[in-house]
Ligand binder design. Structure first.
Ligand code: HEM
Length: 419
């Protein structure tokens, strides 16, 4: 872990100002040598902010996500439970798999997320959205509602719980544990405790579906066999795949809805563009993903051999790579000098918020569907909604994380409901 690149840039574990941090990293070149949160077991990595280089690395077969095979510090036991983010690299599912293993683990579940399958979920997403809006409409027009909690959270968590067959009673427990996984300010002990509680919950879910299989993805993952070898997922692969689906399947989309609502509520000109048809709701979602990606940094990738990236930049084996999606999405070389400005009418809103290459997000069509339904439905129902930032004790703080980009709460005065 002793690296010759001094001094590393210490990333802010609280993620309090990821955009200022992103600018500081970009000023260091295409990639910056950084220190990740966690002091007892220090972890350093290359944070890649240049979009061209980032895309190149995400698609390069010489770059792995499998720590056990390709991160010597981890494989040889130097990365210990003293590192609070251990769970991000130690899990065994498609997220941390490489080559044939990745294909095997992804292929099992990918058919459930094709464009056609996702389209078929529209009526359920609409029904969930409408029920939540009905519920909020019961609140008086001058009362303040936490829209992150009551809407941005609820749409994705209800959708993913329905897909995975998670009972309603388990959903709040999963939500708390997923929050813990994304909270990068936890101590190693707290993170370990959270991980243990998460695995107990996953085992409970798997056990209930073994006893009573249903028409859901958890039951499917238990029963399914690999086409080529006829093998089932082993127990860790099963639990870790459930963990991935449930966590990636909601926290990220929560942030997308939260940030889109926040930006449209705080910039009336932007909302006016969408209402007047000068931009679509999908434009609003894509601009949110570009300017405020749900996952600002994604740990970790590993060069399987030394990579000479030109102009003197070399990533050696044992030097992990951190994808800096937020800094890339606001790179002036990609989106011009006004890259920091949230503008739904911008012609090119391309981004890397869903990743790129073989690990490209499996649920991106579902996330987009949820945003395209939830955002217009919210503003149609509550045309007078305004952010209530003036309410004492309701500051709009960011969640304490450098891998999750959302607010702790979104206090909104809803105004009169339209229907
Ligand atoms: C706005 C919402 C979302 C965002 C921004 C997002 C973002 C991402 C990112 C950045 C990755 C990692 C790509 C990489 O390793 O380079 C990823 C992977 C993944 N996402 Fe999403 N995601 C979202 C929603 C969802 C949903 C709704 C689901 C499931 C229902 C999902 C399931 C997955 C899975 C399974 C992977 C792992 C794919 C692989 O490693 O092959 N995501 N996502």
């Amino acid at each position: 872990m002793d690296q010759p690149y001094a001094p590393p840039y210490a990333l802010d574990a609280t993620g309090s100002d990821i955009h200022a941090e992103g600018a500081a990293l970009r000023a260091r070149g295409r990639a910056a040598w950084v220190k990740l949160p966690g002091d007892v077991c220090p972890v350093h990595a290359w944070a890649v902010t240049d979009p061209v280089l980032l895309k190149q690395l995400l698609a390069d077969p010489r770059v792995s996500k499998d720590a056990a095979r390709h991160w010597p510090d981890f494989a040889d036991g130097r990365i210990t439970r003293d590192w609070p983010m251990l769970i991000w690299v130690a899990v065994r599912n498609m997220f941390t798999a490489y080559g044939a293993d990745h294909t095997r683990l992804r292929r099992l579940i990918a058919p459930a997320f094709t464009a056609r399958r996702t389209k078929a979920m529209r009526p359920r997403v609409e029904a969930i959205t409408e029920a939540l809006l009905d519920d909020m409409a019961r609140v008086g027009p001058d009362e303040v509602v936490d829209v992150r909690d009551r809407f941005a959270y609820q749409v994705p968590i209800q959708v993913i719980c329905e897909l995975m067959g998670v009972a309603e009673s388990l959903a709040p427990r999963f939500r708390a544990r997923v929050n813990g996984i994304f909270d990068t300010t936890l101590t190693a002990e707290e993170a370990e405790e959270n991980g243990k509680a998460m695995y107990a919950l996953l085992a409970e879910l798997a056990e209930s579906k073994r006893k009573e299989p249903d028409d859901d993805l958890t039951s499917f993952l238990i029963a399914t066999r690999d086409e080529e070898h006829g093998t089932a997922l082993d127990e860790q692969e099963l639990l870790d795949t459930l963990l991935l689906m449930i966590s990636a399947g909601h926290e990220t989309t929560v942030n997308l809805l939260d940030q889109a609502l926040f930006h449209l509520l705080t910039r009336p000109d932007q909302l006016a563009h969408v209402r007047a048809g000068r931009a679509t709701w999908s434009d609003a979602a894509e601009e949110t993903l570009r300017a405020e990606p749900s996952v600002p940094y994604l740990p970790l990738r590993y060069p399987v051999e030394d990579l000479d990236l030109g102009d003197g930049l070399v990533f050696r084996r044992n030097e992990p790579i951190l994808a800096a999606f937020a800094a890339a999405g606001r790179h002036p070389s990609w989106h011009g000098e006004d890259a920091d400005v949230f503008d739904v009418t911008r012609t090119d809103k391309s981004h890397l918020a869903f990743g790129y290459g073989t690990h490209l997000c499996l649920g991106m069509s579902l996330a987009r569907l949820e945003a395209e339904i939830a955002l217009p439905a919210f503003f149609d129902r509550f045309p007078q909604a305004e952010l209530a930032a003036d309410v004492p004790g309701q500051e709009i703080a960011k969640v304490s994380s450098f891998v999750s980009n959302g607010h702790t709460r979104l206090p909104v005065r809803l105004g009169r409901a339209a229907h």
